[in-house]
Design a protein around this ligand. Structure first.
Ligand code: C2O
Length: 514
């Protein structure tokens, strides 16, 4: 196994991903952030230098379990104190899970301003390795022309004072798109007809495309004109291949597909249609890139979307719950602990829109991380800790999420992936719900349907404090989040590295309100 040493110089750079110039929060001046490639079992050592000047930061490795290193999970107030401006901090951990993952800041909405990039863990024993010639990464973003500290102000206002959930201005494929600059406000810099991302295919070859949705809020419907997508991986977990025309991917989720370049030499549209419910900004949800076969002209594609096909009956949308695991590891052990979590998003008694888990809004205590308290055997109380504890190694945990809100919420679990037993509309009723207790798929981010339910299971085998939250960033900011305290008895034997403790000493001296 190798140790990959990487430096993250965190700052801000003026960039125009869609033609509109804004300050973008960057690692090493790049957006989207650099791709980290490693092999299964390797170690990653990331030196973060916070050169933001006026903001703290912290990095999460989305999809990595941090088994034995819970303090490097990157959640300020959860697993560490934030890294103050001007300070450095090193994350160091193992990568036991292969697959398509990503890294992003977990400090407020910083990742939406640009602090995110792919983390690809290769496996020399990947059974699909022989099925393709080359890989591409596709990152999807909803994109905002206003910096998130500004957006968060409007989000945190009560209804009568002009509360508004941010609406994106555009979307990006691999950090590029073309904004219609006639919509840009006066005094801003915007250049129309910005070039799109381009993927070069060789006719006859096969490609693995690793799709990562890094959005704050939007799901995308992904397709490539005239090309079928063979789904083989979701969130780092291999599945039996399934062919689809379209696939829908939620914020935080990843998916690998194999695509055959078996068409006549030409240019084709790659499409990622944003699921925006708010088109107030005049946002164009139709985000595109170009698939260019070597030897084709450099003209724009003229291809048509699958929906224009005459025989609509042949059009297949991916339904994740119909996927089958490549290796079925489902453990049919009886459930040890069950949590029923009722989630909602609604105005609180003061008319502020908040997220609720069992009627409680999660509140961050940035400078007093729960993990530190757990290791020191101090109570993690407070009415807003939203803490759910289990302490029996190896027991099966079942979680029933019941969504009272009419919108869907993609929930992401840190420290684990989970089997998805079932999902449905309405109130969960154990006598009528169909649950898959034979070969459910596993992933780390899954949608709880609007006014519906989701049932998941996982095994208690990773001591830590793990955040479980809606990956729609605005909802996380509104407190739609909870923490699992897993195996606290074992956790009390853990030793936090000095550098982790040091962060708290630093931040307690800089943050006067603590
Ligand atoms: Cu990708 Cu807690 O996040």
């Amino acid at each position: 196994p190798l140790t990959h040493e990487i430096t993250f110089d965190v700052g801000r750079t003026n960039l125009a991903p869609d033609g509109f110039t804004r300050r973008v929060w960057t690692v090493n001046k790049k957006f989207p952030g650099q791709t980290i490639h490693a092999f299964k079992g390797d170690r990653l050592k990331v030196h973060v230098i916070n050169n933001l000047g006026d903001e703290e930061t912290a990095f999460h490795w989305h999809g990595i379990f941090q088994n034995g290193t819970p303090w490097y999970d990157g959640v300020p107030g959860g697993t560490q104190c934030p890294i103050p401006a001007g300070e450095e901090f090193t994350y160091e951990f193992q990568l036991p899970q292969s697959g398509t993952h990503w890294w992003h800041s977990h400090y407020f909405a910083q990742y939406v301003d640009g602090l995110a990039g792919p983390l690809i863990v290769h496996d020399p024993k990947d059974p699909y390795l022989q099925k393709y010639d080359k890989e591409f990464i596709v990152t999807l973003h909803d994109w905002y022309h206003t910096e998130t500290p500004e957006l968060l102000k409007a989000l945190m206002k009560p209804l009568q004072e002009g509360y508004s959930e941010p609406a994106p201005d555009s979307g990006l494929i691999n950090g590029r798109h073309s904004y219609n600059c006639t919509l840009a406000p006066v005094g801003t810099t915007c250049i129309s007809n910005h070039s799109l991302s381009r993927f070069v295919f060789q006719q006859g070859k096969k490609y693995r495309i690793r799709i990562i949705n890094m959005s704050a809020d939007d799901h995308f419907n992904f397709s490539i004109d005239e090309h079928l997508l063979d789904v083989i991986e979701i969130d780092g977990v291999l599945v039996k291949s399934q062919q689809v025309n379209y696939l829908s991917i939620n914020a935080g989720q990843r998916c690998s597909v194999i695509v055959k370049a078996d068409k006549t030499i030409n240019n084709f549209w790659m499409r990622a249609v944003m699921g925006v419910d708010d088109t107030e900004n005049g946002v164009n949800p139709d985000i595109r890139a170009i698939v260019h076969y070597e030897g084709a002209s450099l003209n724009k594609p003229k291809t048509q979307d699958w929906t224009t096909k005459k025989d609509k009956a042949d059009i297949v949308d991916l339904e994740p719950l119909t996927l089958k695991p490549y290796l079925n590891e489902f453990s049919p052990l009886p459930v040890g602990t069950q949590f029923i979590l009722t989630i909602d998003l609604r105005p609180d008694s003061n008319n502020y829109t908040k997220g609720f888990v069992n009627n409680s809004t999660f509140k961050l205590d940035l400078d007093h991380p729960s993990l530190d308290k757990a290791i020191r055997n101090l109570p993690i109380d407070g009415p807003h800790a939203n803490l759910y504890t289990f302490d029996k190694p190896g027991e099966v945990i079942q979680v029933i999420l019941q969504n009272l809100h009419d919108e869907h919420h993609p929930f992401h679990m840190h420290g684990h992936n989970f089997w998805i037993l079932g999902a449905g509309k309405g109130l969960f009723d154990k006598n009528n719900a169909t649950l898959n207790l034979i070969d459910p798929i596993k992933r780390d981010t899954e949608d709880v349907p609007g006014e519906g339910w989701l049932v998941i299971r996982f095994v208690a085998n990773n001591p830590g404090v793990w955040t479980f939250h809606c990956h729609l960033e605005w909802h996380l900011e509104q407190g739609l989040s909870l923490q699992f305290l897993e195996l606290p008895t074992l956790l009390r034997n853990y030793q936090q590295p000095k550098s982790v403790k040091r962060l708290c000493l630093l931040s307690n001296s800089t943050n006067t309100n603590s």
